[in-house]
Design a protein around this ligand. Structure first.
Ligand code: ADP
Ligand code: DP6
Ligand code: CO
Length: 361
């Protein structure tokens, strides 16, 4: 048995406030619009990936949540991340050899075994593909000791799952759609670090942990092919919203942040409905949460927005709010969805329950 080389790392989930939905290039994963997200704390939601390389491994294998993926040779996205990081490793090995370094380990030639776990529902609209592919790319980069920037890594993670490019940074992150056909400028950039707005919190309400009926990848392709509303969104709505929400974040303007967040979630789900045949990611509980938050926002004397809901491609809600409102919101959710919130815990993972998590990071 030869030596093996191993690295483990974890990555956070990010939840978009300006949603990515649509690709102009499905191979390179280039989006039809820019998007912007908030990175959640790893305290509650994370992917954890261990990658081992060894000359003894007969093939590259992947286990996700303890179950081996059988068809990884046909998993294009996984192959993209492996190929891109391996090529960079090869370049690095050549460079070291040229410099006269004697002990260069030819990791780029070894097969790898990848073992990844999400500590939250996979493929249920809580961005598991984002934390999962960010973690895969980051762990490969660590294993291969790649001398590359996080921005460069974001372009590789993007080729695993688009939203993954935003999970390599903390805080507030934009994914710029870019203008090049080769994807060289379609990358993530940090708008502000996590400690820029420490009062902002995210509450996660698990409505269902079931795997979605239609994956994000398939859903957005159907939208691109059939929705006229998507064209309007891409051209007339998103560019302006990207500017406004960036400003709102930089000014810590919760009113503006909340309104744009809710409007963009609404429009994303409208675009899903405009897809033919339509895609339904929200369910009755999701819609009830929208009503509760709308009522909560209009019930105070000054009609100030105190919370903003957003839903990805699934029924689960993420509620952004300022820390001072958390106890009130948890009480309201407990009132409308009795038996689902445990007040003595800020998070619990019983999958059939509606629960509250907190604190983005
Ligand atoms: P989600 O809303 O959870 O992001 P998607 O439909 O976008 O759902 O993607 C789910 C897919 O992402 C999974 O079926 C799996 O192929 C991939 N995925 C999720 N977690 C991981 C992980 N930790 N490592 C590698 N791939 C992952
Ligand atoms: C609704 O990144 O999961 O969560 O690139 O095909 O893997 P692929 O899709 P994915 O799509 C995410 C869609 C979204 C919005 C967002 O995260 O911006
Ligand atoms: Co996803």
């Amino acid at each position: 048995m030869n030596r093996f080389y191993e690295k483990t790392s974890t990555s956070p989930v990010n939840i978009a406030v300006i949603k990515y939905w649509g690709k102009r290039d499905t191979t390179l994963i280039l989006p039809t619009n820019s998007s912007l997200s908030v990175t959640l704390s790893q305290e509650h939601l994370q992917s954890k990936t261990t990658i081992r390389a060894s000359p003894d491994f007969k093939k590259t294998r992947l286990w996700l949540n303890g179950i081996e993926e059988i068809d990884i040779d046909n998993n294009k996205r996984l192959q993209n991340c492996l190929r891109e990081t391996r090529n960079l490793r090869k370049e690095y090995e050549n460079k070291l050899s040229k410099e006269g370094v004697k002990t260069v380990i030819p990791l780029s030639e070894f097969n790898v075994h990848i073992c990844s776990e999400n500590n939250f529902p996979t493929a249920a609209g809580l961005a598991s593909s984002a934390s999962g592919f960010a973690c895969l790319t980051y762990t490969l980069a660590q294993l291969y000791e790649l001398p590359v920037s996080t921005t460069e890594l974001s372009k590789i993670a993007r080729q695993g799952s688009g939203s993954a490019c935003r999970s390599l940074f903390g805080g507030f992150v934009a994914w710029e759609l870019g203008s090049q056909n080769d994807g060289s400028d379609s990358q993530a950039i940090q708008i502000a670090p996590k400690d820029h707005w420490p009062e902002l919190e995210a509450l996660i309400c698990i409505v269902s942990d079931a795997k979605k009926g239609i994956s994000s990848t398939e859903g957005m392709q159907n939208t691109v092919a059939t929705s006229p509303l998507l064209q309007h969104r891409i051209e007339k709505v998103v560019p302006e919203r990207m500017k406004s929400i960036t400003e709102a974040i930089l000014n810590r303007d919760f009113q503006k942040f909340a309104e744009i967040t809710m409007r963009d979630s609404n429009q994303f789900h409208a675009v899903c409905l405009d897809t033919y045949p339509p895609i339904f990611y929200l369910n009755d509980v999701s819609r009830a949460i929208i009503r509760v938050i709308t009522e909560y926002n209009s019930s105070n004397e000054f009609k100030k927005l105190k919370a903003a809901y957003t839903f990805d491609a699934g029924p689960n809600a993420v509620i952004y709010t300022l820390r001072e409102n958390i106890p009130e919101i948890i009480n309201i959710i407990a009132k409308y969805f009795p038996g689902n919130v445990e007040n003595d815990k800020d998070y619990f993972s019983d999958p059939d329950q509606l629960f509250a998590g907190n604190r983005f990071g």
